[in-house]
Design a binder for this molecule. Structure first.
Ligand code: ATP
Ligand code: MG
Length: 184
């Protein structure tokens, strides 16, 4: 499977300076005192995969992900997050099969405009979300279980639970395609 190997942040929430988070193995723990930015790292992963709800990123508007200053630093104008996946086994096939690495990058400016890049080439949000459909990954997927998510699954209505099951079964991408075809 495609493995996340690196996360690069710049101007995102508390990560004002360019920061690379290496993910050297399949089990990585992030520890630190309250407020040090652990959850911000997870927010960054969800955000770059196309999360479009500010609320799900614990903010009011999309520009809230941009570092907005501290006692010693001025706010900055944009936030960038890049995810680097190892694709050397070609698990992401099709047009991406020949890339040993897949780099997905999102930048947002103060006006709320998002720009996406895939291996350095500008692309649409759709191109990014398409890659993750049916993989279990993605901005709202069950692959990210946070504080509160367990109880949300336990208390979910049947139709909400079905969304999780359909993603796990890999059929949500076909449903999405059908929806698009019907709307055309
Ligand atoms: P806990 O252990 O309490 O869950 P945590 O390590 O998960 O803490 P986060 O929620 O990731 O902490 O980080 C919170 C910090 O990020 C706060 O200090 C907050 O001020 C800072 N922060 C969030 N958004 C921004 C922003 N846009 N600009 C600057 N700092 C921000
Ligand atoms: Mg936290």
């Amino acid at each position: 499977p495609m493995r996340l190997t690196k996360l690069k942040l710049s101007g995102f929430k508390s990560f004002v300076d360019p920061t690379t988070v290496p993910l050297p193995s399949s089990l990585v723990g992030v520890v630190g005192p309250n407020g040090c930015g652990k959850s911000n790292i997870i927010d960054a992963v969800r955000w770059v995969m196309g999360e479009s709800s500010a609320k799900h990123l614990r903010g009011d508007s999309m520009a809230d992900v941009i570092f907005n200053g501290s006692t010693s630093r001025k706010p900055v104008g944009q936030a960038t997050v890049e995810l680097v996946f190892d694709n050397s086994d070609g698990s992401l096939g099709g047009q991406y099969a020949n890339y040993s690495e897949i780099a997905i990058k999102r930048t947002v400016t103060r006006d709320g405009q998002s720009i996406y890049h895939l291996n350095g080439t500008r692309c649409r949000r759709r191109d990014i979300t398409d890659i993750f459909l049916g993989t279990g990954l993605g901005p709202r997927s069950y692959a990210i279980i946070e504080q509160g998510t367990i109880s949300r699954i336990i208390e979910a209505k049947p139709e909400e639970l079905r969304v999780f099951l359909e993603e796990a079964a890999g059929i949500s991408k076909y449903k999405e395609r059908r929806r698009e075809t019907e709307n055309r």
